[in-house]
Design a protein around this ligand. Structure first.
Ligand SMILES: Nc1ncnc2c1ncn2[C@@H]1O[C@H](COP(=O)(O)OP(=O)(O)OP(=O)(O)O)[C@@H](O)[C@H]1O
Length: 285
């Protein structure tokens, strides 16, 4: 587990980080991410996954604890300086103005005043995100899945010529058909691996997480309940995470597939209320 590593070479470190939003308590978060690590974050809706990602992106300020990026306090980084090292794909990504696709992708590099390679990088990033055919279109005329790929290209463009950065993606596959989900997930992992970027990906697809990631973080009710290598994550852990019975099957090629059991009626306990005053240290199981 990451907790066994020294903090010296860590890209990202959270120690006892807590956060309060709208009366809810998040954390304490203890997390260490090494350069180049690829980690999937799973959890039910409202578990706090996006909140954790925003914290890591320096969009939210911890109430207490230590948050470091490249061994410096996260809050001491200016957003401009940080944008050279980390990029985030948020869950929703509407653009207010009717911008050309090229300009939306180029927004990833807006912090760079001199950027002679911008047109080349925009083209290459669009290709990597399966969005090259959308160049020349207006962003507001695109479908949901097309917009998602253009926004992924924007994130690729931001870290295109950077090494050992941090890529944070929040449900990057949500608007995509199954074929595109596989292509884009592979493209994101390859993009990060080629440059040594660490990748933290919030996913709702358990199979994408199990097949593509070596380390899984499971979140529930504002806390990280599990941070394990994939091989140590069990079906009962996933069932407890989502309060749902899961069926598992091994394909002919040896791939494990997991799906909610369709025989099980929806349990009312799935929709329990998250008490604001709960002690979040009690969630480990
Ligand atoms: N700014 C805020 N003010 C008040 N409550 C907030 C705020 N941001 C998030 N929350 C609440 O915190 C909880 C966690 O939200 P978050 O977006 O992190 O969940 P999530 O795990 O990403 O969910 P989903 O899978 O549905 O996207 C939710 O109940 C949400 O309503």
């Amino acid at each position: 587990m990451s907790s066994l590593h020294s903090t010296d070479n860590m890209l990202l470190t959270l120690k006892q980080v807590r956060l309060a939003l709208g009366g809810r308590q998040f954390g304490p978060f203890n997390l260490m991410i090494q350069p180049g690590e690829q980690v999937a974050i799973l959890g039910p809706s409202g578990a706090g996954k996006s909140t954790l990602l925003k914290l890591l992106a320096r969009e939210l300020t911890p109430a207490s604890g230590v948050a470091q990026f490249e061994q410096r306090p996260l809050q001491s980084w200016s957003l401009a300086a940080l944008s050279y090292h980390r990029a985030i794909l948020p869950q929703s990504h509407e653009v207010v103005f009717d911008l050309p696709v090229e300009m939306v992708i180029g927004l990833g590099r807006v912090a760079r005043t001199l950027d002679p390679s911008l047109p080349t990088i925009v083209q290459q990033a669009a290709t990597q995100a399966c969005a090259a055919h959308l160049l020349g279109r207006r962003f507001d005329t695109l479908s949901g899945g097309e917009k998602a790929r253009v926004q992924m290209a924007r994130v690729f463009a931001q870290l295109w010529d950077v090494e050992q950065g941090l890529l944070l993606v929040d449900e990057p596959l949500a608007a995509l058909d199954p074929g595109l989900q596989c292509s884009l997930m592979a493209a994101i992992c390859a993009f990060a691996a080629q440059r040594g970027h660490a990748l933290l990906a919030i996913l709702h697809d358990i199979n994408q997480a199990l097949q593509g990631f070596e380390r899984l973080i499971l979140m529930k009710q504002g806390a990280m309940v599990v941070d394990y290598p994939r091989s140590q994550v069990t079906l009962p852990m996933l069932e407890a995470l989502y309060d749902v019975q899961l069926d598992a099957a091994l394909t002919d090629s040896g791939t494990l597939l997991v799906a909610p059991s369709m025989k099980q009626a929806l349990s009312p306990t799935r929709f329990h209320v998250w008490p604001c005053t709960e002690n979040h240290e009690d969630h480990f199981y």
